[in-house]
Design a protein around this ligand. Structure first.
Ligand code: SF4
Length: 354
């Protein structure tokens, strides 16, 4: 996919705290290098996030001025918003900071976009930004991407040349390349991402698993497209940590649905859950995904690495007992005033040993 590039004003300070990713135990700081990722995944939650929502009209005007057509992120996956002076902003942000900035902290690159988007790779922004962070701070850098280029010899050498500074993960929630081609429009194929992850592992670069999101049809699939196969292929025993989550985003479900053929089970499931509002079906899916991950992790000895991201306000009372012990579960919904889950069925199992 060839991106349509639009220049938008850079944010003032590219490195920012990230309470959202801290709650997921992914990172305490984030660094985005662009305004809109050039990969165009139809389930991307960034399109509904504050930054793009608040600037929607302004960025649509800039798009029209620069491209001659009024394209919007939600309907034009080829659109990418670039911050032309992001490196200057990053240099300025880090200029007066002590080199100890970020010691003991993790900086995710990136959270709302993908730092390995082709336009950023083509003009050298990605490598320049990472080099700046390495030179000017003490952050450990969590590279989170869907571009298999991170498994190429050039990038493996780059990460390996800085021991202790990088941990790399490729978000992969399916092994169905046809589906991925329709929904994760510009990314590397799932198979290429798996190969990249394994190349990094074989080269001794620290890695993490990112099964986010795992769509319901992956639970139904068998053979080499199954959830078990996906788990096996990321080699959890060689990952530092393995994150996983069900699909949550209700704002873009129709765009995701349109990536499926007319009679596909995944399409019918999305219609039922988000179109007809069958919340219990979502709860059952979130439960089943967790149960299967937990079982595999327990069987193969990596349960302590599991981080299952659960918006537990959607969990039905009948499904709550499956989460007893909350092994590897990170609750993501807003808690009640006493700090426990606002979902009474989940609160009832907090602190209970299975
Ligand atoms: S690669 Fe990530 S940031 Fe980019 S569109 Fe896909 S989900 Fe969004």
């Amino acid at each position: 996919m060839k991106n349509k590039l639009v220049m938008v004003p850079s944010i003032k300070e590219p490195i920012q705290r990230s309470p959202g990713f801290a709650k997921k135990e992914l990172a305490t700081y984030k660094l985005d290098l662009m305004g809109l990722c050039g990969f165009g995944c139809s389930y991307c939650s960034s399109n509904a996030g504050n930054y793009l929502r608040i600037n929607r009209g302004k960025f649509a005007d800039l798009t029209e001025q620069q491209l001659g057509e009024r394209l919007l992120p939600a309907t034009s996956p080829e659109l990418a918003f670039l911050w032309p002076d992001v490196l200057e902003r990053l240099r300025a942000q880090l200029a007066q900071k002590p080199h100890t900035l970020g010691a003991g902290e993790t900086l995710v690159v990136s959270q709302l976009t993908d730092a390995f988007s082709p336009p950023l790779l083509a003009d050298g922004t990605t490598q320049a930004a990472l080099s700046l962070v390495l030179a000017k701070t003490s952050f450990r850098i969590r590279v989170l991407t869907k571009n298999a280029i991170v498994g190429s010899p050039k990038w493996i050498d780059f990460f390996a040349a800085h021991p202790g500074r990088f941990v790399v993960g490729l978000s992969t929630g399916t092994l169905d390349s046809e589906w991925a081609y329709a929904v994760e429009v510009g990314t590397s194929s799932p198979q290429a991402r798996i190969r990249a992850l394994r190349a990094l592992q074989d080269a001794g670069v620290p890695t993490f698993g990112m099964l986010c999101p795992v769509f319901p049809d992956t639970l139904l699939a068998e053979g080499n497209r199954s959830l078990d196969s996906l788990i096996e292929q990321i080699r959890p025993e060689r990952c530092e940590t393995v994150w996983a989550e069900p699909y949550n985003d209700r704002a873009n479900w129709q765009a995701v649905r349109d990536g499926y053929p007319a009679d596909a089970p995944g399409r019918r499931w999305l219609e039922r859950v988000f179109g007809s509002g069958d919340r219990r079906a979502w709860s059952t899916y979130a439960r089943d995904l967790y149960s299967r991950l937990r079982w595999a992790a327990l069987r193969d000895g990596w349960l302590e690495k599991l981080r299952y991201l659960l918006y537990e306000d959607g969990i039905d009372e009948k499904d709550a007992p499956a989460f007893t012990g909350l092994d590897g579960v990170l609750l993501q919904s807003k808690p009640a005033e006493d700090g426990r889950s606002a979902n009474r069925a989940i609160a009832a199992i907090q602190g209970v040993t299975p």
